[in-house]
Design a protein around this ligand. Structure first.
Ligand SMILES: [Cu+2]
Length: 113
């Protein structure tokens, strides 16, 4: 009985941890031809890891031309992309799959000094 309660508690903690990592400000979800977060702020001159989650059953991509990031995303795939933005400024991120950017799959990465 006690073991069962501990297992339930552990499952609950794991579920909460999964939720909070999805809700952090470095996670960008692709759902239904749009990026759920269309503005992301990161600091300049230090490594940044973005987590891109494809919640669609078809392929997307994550692209930022200025940082030479061009990462395909298979259906349901989650990827982490680490890079170091040296220059402060605003950079467009978008989905490079044909037609997706003009359909609204784009956003702004704001690199703060
Ligand atoms: Cu797309």
């Amino acid at each position: 009985m006690v073991t069962r309660r501990i297992l339930l508690l552990l499952a609950l903690i794991a579920a909460l941890a999964a939720c909070s990592s999805d809700g952090d400000d470095r996670t960008i979800e692709a759902i239904g031809m749009r990026f759920v977060r269309d503005e992301v702020h990161v600091p300049a001159s230090q490594p940044v890891t973005l987590r891109i989650v494809n919640r669609d059953g078809y392929a997307h991509a994550f692209d930022i031309d200025e940082f030479d990031i061009h990462r395909p995303l298979a259906a349901w795939e989650t990827v982490e992309i680490t890079f170091t933005p040296e220059q402060a400024g605003s950079y467009t991120f978008y989905c490079g799959s044909p037609g997706h950017m003009t359909a609204g799959m784009n956003g702004v990465l704001v690199v703060e000094p």
